[in-house]
Design a binder for this molecule. Structure first.
Ligand code: FA5
Length: 378
């Protein structure tokens, strides 16, 4: 016991004299580690008689506690001193300029989608969505384009491999067959069918979103954006369509001198069908919307298709064509973005080049246009 006491005194002196955390750890292992002198002393308790043990055990435990407490206190002191030294030696120069941070921006397509949703909301249109992975029936058949319809060739479609091994041959209805063949939707028009089937008439909606076609040049990309418009009600006629598009374009381009031309065209899902052109002039290498396309220095640009919803489409969607009529339109969002914000290569929209985005993108905190809206013009 006397020997243990002198070992303890020596250890406490060494602990107090340790000037680094490593030196302290050495003392801890020497005393309390598996082969340390305190641990070895505890092991001797097993060989003692009960009387000896009842006397020695509390004494050894007390030594162990004293050494452990001394080590803990010294560790705390050494760590505090280390931190002090670090704080004293490291300085923070608050005058250094902060490194440049890349800040994100709103893509022009997202900006335009927000703008058009805002304008159409003023006109009482709701926003609808539909799946981008669509089935053949909604994308074609229900829009009056059956399997053999020549208009299907206008769409360079990305098809998925057939879901059913028999290509849907065993399905009992044309809807069931068409729903087995999946594709990337080629236009936003299938949202017309889904919305009509879901909510019936009357309807007033827009459906903006991504569409896909196998196409690529300066004005065509394999993925692009369209906004569908659909109005179904009683006594709707082509004049409503023209007024709606004209009001939209005036608010969107923020000009009163917008001229629209509705040019006879053909879409299987509208009858009559019209192509929507807008008058523009060239200012340098920039196309500027406004003015009359038939006058000197002006020209017409096609922005989308439209027309009165075909009776057969209303029937496919479960709406009685003798009671309700409607108009629909589909505009290329990327085209109208290019025209409004002066870009000339559609492919750059989807390259993801941060320099292009920094130049053409919009600050999320500083929305630049459309403060007037449609209401302010009325
Ligand atoms: C359609 O897609 C019809 N669904 C539009 C429609 C809706 C007609 C409702 C009648 C009623 P079209 O294939 O013409 O029509 O495309 C419409 C617009 O999408 C075009 O005018 C053009 O602005 C844009 N567009 C078409 N293909 C591309 C492409 N590859 N890249 C970028 N924009 C495109």
């Amino acid at each position: 016991m006397i020997e243990l006491t002198s070992q303890k005194d020596a250890a406490l002196a060494a602990i107090s004299g340790a000037d680094t955390l490593d030196a302290l750890e050495e003392q801890r292992v020497g005393a309390l580690g598996k082969k340390g002198w305190v641990s070895l002393a505890l092991k001797t308790l097993g060989q003692m008689s009960p009387e000896e043990r009842s006397e020695a055990a509390p004494a050894i435990q007390a030594i162990r506690a004293e050494v452990a407490d001394a080590i803990a206190a010294k560790r705390q002191a050494l760590e505090a001193a280390e931190l002090e030294a670090q704080l004293a030696s490291e300085t923070l120069d608050l005058t250094l300029p902060a490194p440049d941070m890349l800040s994100g921006s709103v893509h022009p397509v997202s900006q335009v989608m927000d703008e058009l949703a805002e304008i159409f909301a003023d006109l009482g249109f709701a926003v609808a969505t539909g799946p981008e992975i669509e089935d053949d029936w909604h994308n074609f058949t229900a829009l009056n384009m059956d399997e053999s319809h020549p208009a299907r060739a206008m769409h360079d479609t990305f098809y998925f491999p057939d879901k059913a091994a028999d290509g849907g041959q065993s399905a009992s209805s044309s809807e069931a067959v068409g729903q087995k063949r999946m594709l990337l939707r080629t236009h936003t028009s299938p949202v017309q069918i889904r919305s009509m089937k879901e909510q019936g008439a009357p309807i007033r909606l827009i459906a903006p979103g991504r569409v896909y076609r196998s196409d690529s040049d300066a004005t065509h990309t394999p993925m692009f954006h369209q906004v569908e418009g659909l109005v179904i009600d009683k006594d709707i006629h082509l004049g409503h369509l023209k007024w709606t598009l004209e009001t939209f374009f005036k608010a969107f381009f923020e000009r009163e001198d917008i001229t629209l031309r509705l040019r006879p065209s053909y879409f299987p899902f509208t009858e009559p069908s019209v192509e929507v052109d807008v008058g523009y002039s060239n200012e340098g290498d920039r196309r500027v919307v406004g003015g009359h396309g038939d006058e000197q220095g002006y020209d017409w640009m096609e922005l989308g298709g439209s027309g009165m919803v075909n009776r057969r489409v209303l029937e496919f969607a479960g709406i009685d064509p003798d009671e309700y009529q409607g108009f629909a339109f589909g505009l290329g969002i990327d085209r109208i973005a290019m025209l409004k914000y002066g870009m000339n290569d559609l492919r750059a929209f989807f390259d993801g080049d941060p320099r292009w985005l920094a130049h053409y993108g919009f600050s999320p905190f500083d929305q630049p246009t459309l403060s007037a809206g449609v209401g302010a013009r009325a």
